[in-house]
Write a protein that binds this ligand. Sequence first.
Ligand code: K1U
Ligand code: ZN
Length: 167
Amino acid sequence: MALLPILQYPDERLHRVARPVTAVDDELRQLIKDMAETMYAAPGIGLAATQVDVLLRVIIVDSSPGHDQLMTFINPEIIKRSGVSDFEEGCLSVPGIYEKVPRAERITVRALDAGGQSFDLDADGLLAVCIQHEMDHLDGKVFVDYLSRLKQQRIAEKLRKQRRRTM
Ligand code: K1U
Ligand code: ZN
């Protein structure tokens, strides 16, 4: 297994659109294992392939209290959504920044699992928020894109300064 580098905002590569997976094979399963190791080590509760510079429609999520219920979504689509919630979100690509984002409160997501089988999952609460956040990454969208231009500029500058200090 391998720890993968996570792209950091405002890296332009975070704004690319990922392409659908055409084969669920051992190479893809290895990517999923590496993404899981990377997410748990960060630590985080979700990760999209885009964040590790792989432009495939794959996300993983584990919002369980014991961090022991990994879920894999390949080519995910939201087929039902209702309600509105605004959880405070974080992002491993935007460290130290937490902001509320409007999301659907409840969703039904359809995807393939790591065995290539199609499944539907009903989600609400943090799980639903996290799935929507990760699916945004696949469309090249970072949660700070929902904020004002001024806030985005301040966040980008703050992160650039932080990085200069730690280099
Ligand atoms: O970078 C990411 O996409 C992962 C992100 C997912 C997320 C968190 C909260 C709301 C929406 C989406 C994170 O995991 S940030 C880190 C985090 O929230 C966390 C880390 C350790 C324990 C609990 C939470
Ligand atoms: Zn994120």
